[in-house]
Ligand binder design. Structure first.
Ligand code: NAP
Ligand code: MG
Length: 403
């Protein structure tokens, strides 16, 4: 069969450790044989980031702005131990943080659902996608220990020097204090990205905050979403048969647990941080979580939600066998290839992405899986395979589907 052609390159961001090994396997076993793969390659491996003073990360983000679709391998976010291990010039910032700041995007995380791995919440049948507003709130707070009696005030001085002052609390004893903020522009971008993503993936959108208690802060989130929905998206949602609905976070939690899934749940920064871990755990495995960063002007960066699986990598280096799950990384590639295909009108590329996802799911549902899933699966005919064997099995299934 002739290889599938691409017109516009994907921005390819390579990464670190075990996921870097998997990255190459996926390309060699599942992509190159079928696609005339066109990528603009950026090596975000820690060595290259150090060598380029992290310029490579900025370049990769700028390329994503230019071309519109990127696929990223997991990368090490250095800490003190990594600075020593890799003899780094500096403790470079998280690549994901850098890319997110440049694209001003929202992260959507969704689990890959397969038969045989039952979510801990028995009603969940379809994936729940969490959209987390990744800007401001307590992640950019200013806080203080209060060491004794005193008055805490909220003081805002506008550009003309005009002051508004409110008492927060009259302390009679020790305590704690915090200030935080957000921006209408960032909330509006978040709202538009969520509405667009809902239309794009044909799913309902839920949004929740604590507006009954926080009558200005959280209420502003609610109002901005409502205004943008009414003015820009209501008709489009109705045409698509989709629903936008706002509810109090407490009510949302109750509804999510009773739901069967299949929608996007937009959350404020902290709620999204907590709820995405809850949803990931309840769906079964971090190794089955996909993640896509979407910018307000419609640029996409696909990746796995997990890290570089360091423990497996050290085993791999010692020549020991590993059984690392490549599903989320495969789905990062299929997500990116499908989006590229849609944007460029390449039906065969879209079809290939769908077939590769189908083949991956079928392989696991036939009982062939990596160790992490074997421990969770309730299938009876399980065959546990190593990292590379799993990809070879997916290839066999893919060839059957394509023949
Ligand atoms: P991790 O790489 O996600 O791995 C944590 C543990 O989860 C693994 O040791 C493994 O458990 C299990 N696991 C995760 N993914 C798996 C997979 N695909 N297949 C099988 N098991 C899997 O998190 P980490 O160890 O905390 O972080 C390692 C490095 O990744 C760090 O340097 C961190 O900075 C980086 N990181 C990067 C990203 C990103 O690029 N988006 C995200 C998170 C972390 P067992 O060992 O018990 O088998
Ligand atoms: Mg978290």
């Amino acid at each position: 069969m002739e290889k599938i052609k691409m017109n516009v390159p994907l921005v390819e961001m390579d990464g670190d450790e075990m996921t870097r090994i998997i990255w190459q396997y996926i390309k060699d076993i599942l992509l190159h044989p079928y696609i005339d793969l066109k990528t603009e390659y950026y090596d975000l491996g820690l060595e290259k980031r150090d060598e380029t003073n992290d310029q490579i990360t900025v370049d990769a983000a700028m390329a994503t702005k230019k071309y519109g679709v990127a696929v990223k391998c997991a990368t090490i976010t250095p800490n003190a131990q990594r600075v020593e291990e890799y003899n780094l010039k500096e403790m470079w910032k998280s690549p994901n943080g850098t890319i997110r700041a440049i694209l001003d995007g929202t992260v959507f995380r969704a689990p890959i659902v397969v038969k045989g791995i039952t979510p801990l919440v028995s009603t969940w049948k379809k994936p729940i996608t969490i959209a987390r507003h990744a800007y401001g709130d307590i992640y950019r707070n200013v806080e203080q220990r209060v060491e004794g009696p005193g008055k805490a005030e909220l003081l805002f001085t506008d550009a003309n020097g005009q002051e508004t002052r409110q008492t927060i609390f009259d302390f009679e004893d020790k305590g704690i204090l915090m200030g935080m903020y957000n921006l209408d522009s960032s909330i509006s971008n978040f709202a538009r990205t969520c509405f667009n993503f809902a239309l794009d993936t044909k799913q309902d959108l839920w949004f929740s905050t604590k507006d009954t208690i926080s009558k200005k802060y959280d209420h502003t989130f609610k109002d901005i979403f409502e205004e943008i929905y009414e003015e820009e998206y209501k008709e489009k949602f109705e045409e698509a048969g989709l629903e936008y609905f706002y509810t109090l976070i407490d009510d949302a939690v109750a509804r999510v647990i009773r739901s069967e899934g299949g929608y996007i749940w937009a959350c404020k920064n902290y709620d999204g941080d907590v709820m995405s871990d809850m949803v990931a755990t309840a769906f079964g495995s971090l190794a089955m979580m996909t993640s896509v960063l979407v910018s307000p002007d419609g640029k996409y960066e696909y990746e796995a939600a997990h890290g570089t699986v360091t423990r497996h990598y050290y085993r791999h280096l010692k020549g020991e066998e590993t059984s690392t799950n490549s599903m989320a990384t495969i789905f990062a590639w299929t997500g990116a290839l499908r989006k590229r295909g849609e944007l460029d009108g390449l039906d065969d590329l879209v079809q290939f992405a769908n077939q590769l996802e189908e083949a991956s799911l079928k392989t696991i549902e036939s009982g062939i899986m990596t160790k992490d899933l074997a421990l969770l699966s309730n299938l009876t005919n399980i065959k546990t395979v190593n990292t590379k064997e799993f990809l070879e099995e997916v290839k066999k299934t893919l060839d059957e589907i394509r023949s």
